[in-house]
Design a protein around this ligand. Structure first.
Ligand code: DP6
Length: 302
């Protein structure tokens, strides 16, 4: 009863932030849009064995305890109850990118890979939407790391219809995400705690009012490969999410570094000068600079 799965983290163009309608089910306030990040991956092996007396979890070869183990074990409880099996597991996971909590959405690829590996190892044969719903219970953004390419997580009315699906394959649009890694340390406030604070910001309701419109515009921009529209709407949503973070009580200013602002400023200058570039920042100081793959139209000779 062993299975291995690989999943990619994703970058949200329209963010999932704050005020989960149901914390246990991780039902978000708003729909979100993202793209999976090729090149970055989490690889997870799950082995269920009747001889085990408890769950064990290792990350990059290091045995995990306390909160980290509990989050994995709680997730395995969901898998066990779905499969109606009472059996413990050994989980071995590794990322090929900076460690958990650095704002590169490691929980997305972590719970997507865990959902697929654990459900397969225990004998469940889940559909893509069932897997996306299961991954969502581990970490909301993980629901978006199940489908391929460009992905829409529909907020839904409840557990049954809150899942992600692909709106376009990966090769639909050659977007590049240049991740400026400024800090690989564990952030002081995790996303789950941050989501819970969002409702304390007076800007949260304001962001929610127009987020559905931004989802529609961003979806249109992706489908029509309209970078100018894409850049406007992606930057607006990222700025709005960080405004909510900054005006929460207590504020989450700790997420950014001075270099974060410098990169945002520089990219805005380049964009004003006509280059196809824009920025988005998740719950950490690292900046994702989004741009288009350059087409080589010739080469230098002498
Ligand atoms: C800023 O999915 O990490 O990256 O559901 O509590 O695990 P939990 O939160 P998480 O939140 C992601 C927040 C974000 C925006 C996004 O990816 O949409």
């Amino acid at each position: 009863m062993t299975a291995t799965a690989i999943a990619h983290p994703n970058i949200a163009f329209i963010k999932y932030w704050g005020g989960n309608r149901d914390d246990a089910l991780r039902l978000p306030c708003n729909s979100s849009l993202s793209s999976n990040l090729a090149g970055l991956e989490t690889r997870t092996t799950v082995r269920f064995d009747p001889s085990y007396t408890e769950d064990c979890f290792s990350l990059a070869g290091e045995v995990q305890e306390d909160a980290s183990l509990k989050r994995v074990s709680d997730f395995l409880d969901l898998v066990r109850s779905t499969a109606k099996r009472d059996i413990y597991a050994q989980v071995d996971s590794a990322n090929n990118f900076p460690p958990a909590g650095a704002g590169i959405a490691s929980s997305a690829s972590a719970f997507a890979a865990l959902a697929l590996a654990a459900s397969t190892a225990i004998g469940l044969n889940l559909s893509e939407s069932q897997l996306s719903r299961l991954a969502r219970r581990g970490s909301g953004s993980a629901s978006r790391s199940i489908p391929d390419g460009f992905v829409h997580w529909q907020a839904g009315e409840g557990d049954a219809d809150s899942f992600a699906y692909s709106i376009a394959p990966a090769d639909h649009w050659e977007l590049i995400d240049l991740i400026c890694v400024l800090d690989t340390g564990h952030k002081a406030v995790g996303s789950t705690a941050g989501h819970a604070l969002a409702h304390t910001s007076p800007l949260h309701t304001l962001r929610q009012e127009r987020v559905a419109e931004r989802v529609e515009l961003c979806r249109k921009a992706i489908l029509e490969r309209d970078f100018a529209l894409f850049a406007d709407v992606v930057e607006e949503d990222s700025e709005f999410m960080h405004a909510v973070m900054r005006t929460s009580t207590p504020p989450l200013l700790i997420y950014w570094l001075p270099e974060t602002e410098i990169i945002l400023w520089q990219v805005k200058q380049w964009r004003k000068a006509g280059r196809a570039l824009c920025c988005t920042v998740d719950a950490g100081p690292n900046v994702h600079v989004l741009t288009l793959k350059m087409k080589l139209i010739g080469h230098c000779r002498n």
